[in-house]
Design a protein around this ligand. Sequence first.
Ligand code: NAP
Ligand code: MG
Length: 505
Amino acid sequence: MGIVVYEGVMKTMGGKIDHRPTGLFINNEFVPSVDSKETIDCINPATEDVICSVVAGSVKDIDVAVAAARKAFKTTWGKNVTGFERARLINKLADLIERDAQELAELELSTTGSRDFDIGDSVACLRYYAGWADKILGQAIEVDNKTKFAFTRHDPIGVCGQIIPWNYPINMWSWKVAPALACGCTIVMKPSEITPLTALVSPLLFVDSRRGANFPPGVVNTVPSLGPVGGQALSEHRDVDKVAFTGSTVTGRKIMEAAAKSNLKKVSLELGGKSPQIIFESADLDQAANWVALGILYNTGQDCTAGSRLFVQESIYDKFLDICVSKFKQHKIGDGFDDSSAGGPVVSKMQYDKIFSYIDAGKQAGAKCVLGGEKRAGKGYYVDPTVFVDVTPDMKIVRDEIFGPVLSVAKFKTEEEAIELANDTTYGLGAGLHSTDASQCMRVSQALEAGTVWVNQYNLLNNNVPFGGKKQSGIGRELGSYALEEYTSVKAVHWNYGEKLDWPL
Ligand code: NAP
Ligand code: MG
């Protein structure tokens, strides 16, 4: 029944043919589109080969998926399921993803090109929120101690549209799905057109009657679709109660606008960044350089918290730059399927062209490129670690999110100047500082305008610690107990057990 089978993926998986249905996943079934004949090609960025294509869902498909999610919310999920049962199902799902980790990892690698993801983190995220599912509690509030009291309920917010990007597809999937399910929400998921595969395979785990987690139909629905079609339709849908989004600031703005113009649905946005890493003269320079390298090279710089602006204290500038550049040279970028590669290609031709247009802009603006910055011959969207020095705050490479392994370096004299430079951005997602002076660490971490500050480390996240942005890096928080607020609506119930109302007043 119109099911698309993608065999191409398996070419990258040792020639093994494993017929996997894709299509749209609605009501626990893979179904064809109501009206779309379009498909989306999935490309391996290491080889530039098309490895398969999936159905491109339409606006009508979003309507069908939202109706399925609404029905499930009213009948089998929402307030009709205990927290204990939600926990059991989410834990089962985590077990199944863990069991199929290798297959999911290979699928992920086939379209992201990168080894820098962690199926284990996604499993841990599901288990973390399974733990919360039966602990989402309101408060009992004394009002007058004699005749009245009040209590609150943290109700599931309802049907959630979830729109995820391509940089860590399954990880972003778990960050969205896990808290929503724990709170009792139902979901319509729109994966990125570039990396839809793991979001489509994971649902298989929901329904296989012999081995699936067996969530009720309609609780999780997945509609691969183009952003301006399916993503936009979810954002402006009048029967969607909330949209959770990770991606660019430009798209985040459109989503908020669509939400404002339709039903004022709740919106949480995890957007871009231009995060600073500050190195003070007391720092352990060798360690600091390792963290700086991780900060900008992890996932080939395709990371919302990529530490793309480096500020180094004048007295150690030359020495630290030398250490950094030598560390960057040790980072081998190659095909992610090759075990000797530390980093993979960037995800698409579009990203590749975008990154090189920034590298050209940096050179033209007079920044000095001391490492990388050149195209390789041959296939694959490879960008080598690139370092610019002599940058000034007005340059495009310093202001814009590049989303590639491109670092710009500047010096500072004083702590105040470092803070000033670090905060001179419209973004506020991450920031890092290295110093062995504890008072300085405390002062600077307090002054930095960012949702996450890393002290003597960078880019490490934990499922129980909140994550999100200040300024134009986003609204709301993911992870930790904080994410539960994004998927619940607080109801206050006022209860009178004794006061009589005299009438007329
Ligand atoms: P994007 O357009 O923001 O994509 C993120 C998600 O939003 C995708 O699922 C996308 O679908 C969807 N989308 C696109 N247009 C939409 C719309 N009008 N309404 C609702 N959803 C929509 O990002 P991108 O085009 O993939 O990348 C562009 C830049 O964004 C990157 O260069 C990078 O700077 C930044 N970025 C940031 C993050 C992050 O984690 N903060 C992640 C990814 C990208 P499609 O896949 O079909 O476009
Ligand atoms: Mg896009």
